[in-house]
Write a protein that binds this ligand. Structure first.
Ligand code: LMR
Length: 389
């Protein structure tokens, strides 16, 4: 009999729809298993590029000059924050933007969510579909969540939201669809936000993997130039292949630079009571790369390489899928950007793909395109066609 413990009634929470499936993949003993789940960049040889040459050289430099292990300030390394700010907002006057280093993009989302709940709004509208963790992060802080259909029906839905609603937008490489808005669509959206007094909250986890490092920042810069106050949650996990270093940033764009100090005190108090202050190493690497001309050039080429690999796999994969299943619509697959696409499979089909063919996709049949390669792509396409019939 189960002993009565304090914990016998704890809530049984479902496993994470991305990392939970990844864990299951790791336990699978079949030798032909294929992991299309977590969004990490994988090269053609099936290995992940966990140390970009630019990162390796920056680390060598850090070892030479010696790092110290003191606490960083509560909102992180100031130089790192300023360099990141420029990468996102450009070189103009950005004195009205408060920034803080965060633990990856997730803690940027969480700290902003805390702030929004305390100071700005009780509601947030998030795309449907969106990254699986968005909803959980916002639910944790007790904000009520509205979901707007993405992309079809988006404008209509958003135009009915109450003024002052915070709206989450993927600035580039929408996760999970891969479908991004065109320049004209962003312009239309900006007008809608202004007219209905909505507050943009940009998630920028993939800067550089859409159309280019500078190009991907243009939607945010466009909103900022037109006077919007907004939030940005940024991550370098993917663009620097620094997943485990948990390096990100948050930014809050304000109309008035005089408010930056008050904002700093407010956000610092949220960070201090959540994780005190961020870790040093990832920030040190990113800072050195961004401020050292040859390392920065190297990194920009590495980002170009990653983006090109995603784009070419997207083309090859969609072509092969359509050849095999000409009657099937693989929504947004050809014209998408970034790591991901959706296969549009049912849960039953996702389970069959895993159980019968040892192919693991994330929730909603999301595929990390870079996990495909010459050796496995035909088997993946063939298996998908078998579960779809
Ligand atoms: C993903 O969507 O696979 C990545 O962003 C990893 C994560 O944290 O979920």
């Amino acid at each position: 009999m189960q002993e009565d413990t304090l914990f016998s009634n704890i809530t049984d929470v479902p496993t994470d729809p991305i990392f939970g499936i990844n864990d299951r993949f790791l336990k699978d003993t079949r030798i032909n298993k294929i992991n299309l789940t977590v969004g990490i960049f994988i090269e053609e040889d099936g290995k992940s590029a966990l140390r970009l040459p630019s990162v390796r050289l920056a680390e060598e430099k850090i070892n030479q000059i010696g790092d110290n292990k003191n606490y960083l300030p509560i909102d992180g390394d100031l130089e790192y924050v300023e360099l990141t700010k420029k990468l996102i907002f450009g070189e103009g006057d950005i004195s009205n933007i408060y920034g803080a280093q965060t633990i990856g993009g997730t803690s940027a989302l969480r700290i902003i969510a805390d702030f929004v709940k305390n100071e700005v709004a009780e509601h947030i509208s998030i795309p449907d579909p969106t990254w699986e963790n968005h909803e959980n992060v916002f639910r944790r802080v007790g904000i009520t969540i509205d979901k707007y259909p993405y992309p079809e029906g988006m404008y209509d839905h958003l135009s009915k939201l109450p003024a002052g609603t915070v709206v989450l937008l993927h600035a580039m490489c929408h996760n999970p669809t891969g479908h991004d808005l065109t320049k004209d669509e962003w312009e239309k959206l900006e007008i809608l936000f202004r007219k209905h007094k909505l507050i943009p909250f940009f998630d920028t986890a993939y800067q550089g993997f859409g159309t280019g490092i500078q190009e991907d920042a243009l939607p945010i810069r466009y909103f900022v130039e037109r006077g919007h106050e907004c939030f940005v949650a940024h991550s370098f996990s993917k663009s620097f292949s620094l997943y485990g270093e948990r390096i990100g940033a948050l930014f809050i764009v304000m109309k008035s630079p005089e408010l930056v100090d008050r904002m700093r005190r407010n956000i610092r108090s949220l960070i201090r009571t959540t994780y005190s202050n961020p870790p040093r190493h990832g920030a040190h690497i990113v800072k050195l790369v961004l401020q050292t001309a040859n390392l920065r050039n190297m990194w920009e080429l590495e980002v170009d390489h990653a983006r090109n690999r995603m784009q070419s796999l997207r083309k090859i994969f969609s072509q092969k899928l359509r050849e095999k299943m000409p009657n099937r619509t693989f929504a947004y697959l050809d014209e998408g950007h970034g790591f991901f696409c959706l296969l549009g499979l049912t849960n039953g089909q996702i389970d069959r793909l895993r159980d019968e063919f040892a192919i693991y996709t994330a929730g909603r049949s999301r595929v990390n395109l870079t996990a495909l390669n010459n050796k496995n792509i035909d088997y993946v396409v063939e298996s998908i066609s078998k579960v779809i019939v």
